[in-house]
Design a protein around this ligand. Structure first.
Ligand code: NAD
Length: 358
């Protein structure tokens, strides 16, 4: 029986439509080569749609998206719209309502020249951050009292549940156990100051007993930032809270060449999951053909792995890595290559590699 996948595509705002267009070009090419088909349904949600209709993400469309095999997101966020309105109404809605509790963010360096750290090679920068994706300060328990007055009070709760902490820590242990090499899991928190994170400390220790083959380590978030720059080779898999994971993975992106190459998966194992670059909508590059689509292309590689096309996912990743190592992709700085040029380059190279195999 032929393999076919339904993908919901939300290009979104800013550079989202450009990077998604190139991602889909690569997806179609790899599908043809590997012998499966993709039915992509594009949804218009984002700033333009909101300005025209006042709709953010209607329930009927959400139900449709939920019924697909996977979701590809470009980016959401536009300076014309109230801060956070669309990000919360689209990205957070998908993460929370689909219960995508893992945000998987690989930090993998493909060539030494992309790393701003002195003398760090690809074998030194190859780890994965597992960011909890449904709790913490992002749960939306917040409020303002006496807003706009000199007596104003603003609150936002940091929320962790035993179930939420345990399932993401367990996922990270499974991931560490399955990786080649060291099999080490580092818990990153700030339990010395934010005592609610003691729940993470205790849960980590308990779950660790089920994984005797995985070495464990711990770093406070401030020290983890320092170690990521000083000795990134110390990390294999790191598990952390939603807020800390959001922040340290931008630092991680800079270790591997920048926002243009850092991919992520918002995952609930076995269920419909959502894939995107970790970057936002970079409004200053909107419509300029300057943004890098490689983060989206690598997110698609993760999507393929998730839907059961692991070989196709590996081939996409390996093609990007080869183009970087060979110097054909010279730089990931916005504008050094055109967005469309990079998409075409990856698609052509996929075809050349496939012809060379047959
Ligand atoms: N998941 C998401 O869709 C998401 C994530 C983060 C931020 N946002 C939203 O995006 C908007 C802009 O946020 P921001 O400026 O803080 O972050 P951003 O990631 O959009 O951009 C920061 C900078 O990173 C660089 N950059 C980002 N993507 C790039 C790419 N593909 N190629 C080359 N360079 C790239 C650019 O220099 C850009 O100015 C805001 O509205 C924010 O809320 C959305």
């Amino acid at each position: 029986m032929s393999r076919s996948y339904a993908i919901a595509v939300i290009p979104g705002d800013g550079i989202g439509p450009e990077v998604v267009r190139e991602g889909l070009r690569v997806l179609e090419r790899v599908a043809t080569i590997e012998g499966f088909s993709v039915r992509a349904t594009t949804y218009p949600f984002g700033a333009e749609h909101y300005l025209k209709t006042k709709e953010i993400f209607p329930d009927a469309a959400f139900s449709e998206v939920k019924g697909q095999d996977a979701i590809l997101l470009g980016a959401i966020g536009d300076p014309r719209i109230e801060v956070g309105l669309l990000e919360f109404g689209i990205i957070a809605k998908l993460r929370f309502e689909l219960d995508l509790f893992v945000n998987l963010r690989p930090v993998k360096l493909y060539a030494e020249h992309l790393c701003p750290l002195k003398d760090k090679r690809p074998e030194d920068v190859d780890f994965v951050v597992v960011r909890e994706n449904t709790e913490d300060a992002y749960a939306g328990m917040r409020g303002f009292f006496k807003k706009g007055t000199p007596d104003e009070i603003a609150t936002q709760e940091i929320l962790f549940t035993r179930k939420g902490v345990e399932r993401v820590i367990r996922y990270a242990f499974e991931l560490a156990r399955g990786r080649p090499g060291e099999k080490k899991l580092t818990l990153v928190d700030k339990a010395n100051a934010v005592r609610a994170m003691d729940l993470w400390t205790r849960t980590f220790e308990e779950v660790a007993r089920d994984y005797p083959g995985v070495k464990t380590d711990h770093a406070y978030i401030d020290a983890a930032c320092m170690w990521m720059v000083k000795n990134p080779e110390w990390f294999d898999v790191a598990v952390t809270t939603n807020l800390f994971g959001d922040i340290i993975t931008d630092l991680g992106a800079m270790l591997i060449g920048g926002m243009g190459i850092a991919a992520s998966g918002n995952i609930h194992p076995g269920r419909v999951s959502m894939f995107e670059g970790i970057h936002g909508s970079a409004p200053k590059y909107r419509g300029t053909d300057k943004a890098s689509p490689l983060a989206t292309i690598l997110a698609l590689a993760m999507l393929l792995d998730h839907v059961g096309e692991a070989a196709a996912g590996r081939e996409v990743e390996e093609t990007v890595a080869e183009l970087i190592r060979s110097g054909r992709i010279r730089s990931l700085k916005a504008g050094d290559h055109r967005c469309s040029e990079l998409g075409q380059m990856v698609a052509s190279r996929l075809r050349e590699r496939s012809r060379a195999r047959t």
